[in-house]
Design a protein around this ligand. Structure first.
Ligand SMILES: NC(=O)c1ccc[n+]([C@@H]2O[C@H](COP(=O)([O-])OP(=O)(O)OC[C@H]3O[C@@H](n4cnc5c(N)ncnc54)[C@H](OP(=O)(O)O)[C@@H]3O)[C@@H](O)[C@H]2O)c1
Length: 286
């Protein structure tokens, strides 16, 4: 896998002037449920395979393990893209600032590439979407993160924070895979200039046994996982599959030597059935 992976332009320092867009590697490595020594092991293996974009979160409890793998890799900082996320109990300003400090200490970084609000918590008493976003802007303005964004935000959440602050999230990371293709939310993100990032891009493995994907994979002489990852890439999405198996890490990244036709893309699009493998954003509360 080349380190010159296709990348999406991402506007940095949203709402401020004089800054240049940089590019987020379109294919990254997910780390949900990879904890303890497994986190360091998996991220070390992923970096050795060639991944340069790692997705972690305060909630995953693995930032220190990710940080150890980054430090041990010897890979120059400018070649890495690291995303982390604000945990649900940390939305209030003091908690957010303190937990961001802990994230940076655990990751061993001076500057993070992307910090996301993990869940909107729109129905949680005492939590205000706009207040949380204002704190994220404060973190952005501190210069310790290159871009800020959100995760699991619905259109009304996006409009609320943008209207109140004038600062548009760089990214909206949402559950997105062939069984939940999120056409409408993707269109809203596009309209607002927000990059959509797919979490659980393989539907946590539940999409992999689909007979139509098996047919397409056989047609292309690739695996169903490769068909799915290619489908995300060709839709212009940022995609962060997770696996703890190095041979799957390699296979999941070996997706730049083939292309799905329009008909094959449409065949994957047609698999949508509104299946969520994770929580609905409106139901997640502290
Ligand atoms: N923002 C959010 O709210 C949110 C929520 C969920 C996830 N995420 C992020 O998105 C990342 C990806 O999502 P996810 O981990 O939930 O699910 P996923 O990447 O869709 O699927 C992971 C599952 O698929 C298996 N797998 C991966 N590659 C495979 C292959 N080539 N062949 C067969 N099986 C394969 C893995 O098993 P093995 O490990 O055993 O290979 C694991 O069980 C997370 O790790 C996390 O970073 C964000």
């Amino acid at each position: 896998m080349s380190t010159a992976l296709p990348a999406k332009a991402l506007t940095l320092r949203q709402g401020t002037s004089g800054t240049e867009p940089v590019a987020i590697p379109q294919l990254g490595f997910g780390t949900y449920k990879v904890t303890g020594p497994d986190a360091e092991r998996a991220v070390t293996a992923a970096l050795a395979v060639g991944y340069r974009h790692i997705d972690t979160a305060q909630m995953y409890g693995n930032e220190a393990g990710v940080g150890r793998a980054l430090a041990a890799s010897g890979i120059p900082r400018e070649q890495l893209w690291i995303t982390s996320k604000l945990n649900n109990p940390n939305h209030r300003r003091d908690d957010a600032l303190r937990s961001f400090d802990a994230t940076m200490a655990d990751l061993g970084l001076d500057v993070l590439d992307l910090f996301l609000v993990h869940w909107p918590l729109a129905a949680s008493p005492g939590i205000d979407l706009v207040d949380t976003w204002r704190t994220m802007i404060e973190i952005l303005n501190s210069g310790r993160v290159r871009a800020i964004g959100v995760s699991n935000y619905q259109p009304e959440h996006l409009h609320t924070i943008i209207d109140a602050t004038g600062v548009t999230p760089a990214v909206n990371q949402i559950e997105l895979h062939p069984y939940l293709n999120q056409t409408e939310l993707r269109a809203v993100d596009d309209e607002l200039g927000i990059i959509t990032e797919s979490w659980s891009p393989l539907g946590r493995g539940r999409v992999l046994d689909d007979p139509e994907l098996a047919r397409l994979a056989a047609e292309m002489d690739v695996t169903p996982a490769q068909v799915i990852i290619r489908w995300h890439l060709q839709h212009g999405l940022v995609v962060i599959p997770k696996t703890t198996h190095p041979e799957r890490m390699r296979a999941n990244a070996d997706v730049f030597g083939f292309e799905l036709t329009d008909a094959q893309m449409a065949a994957v699009d047609a698999l949508d059935r509104g299946l969520r493998t994770g929580s609905h954003p409106d139901r997640v509360q502290i």
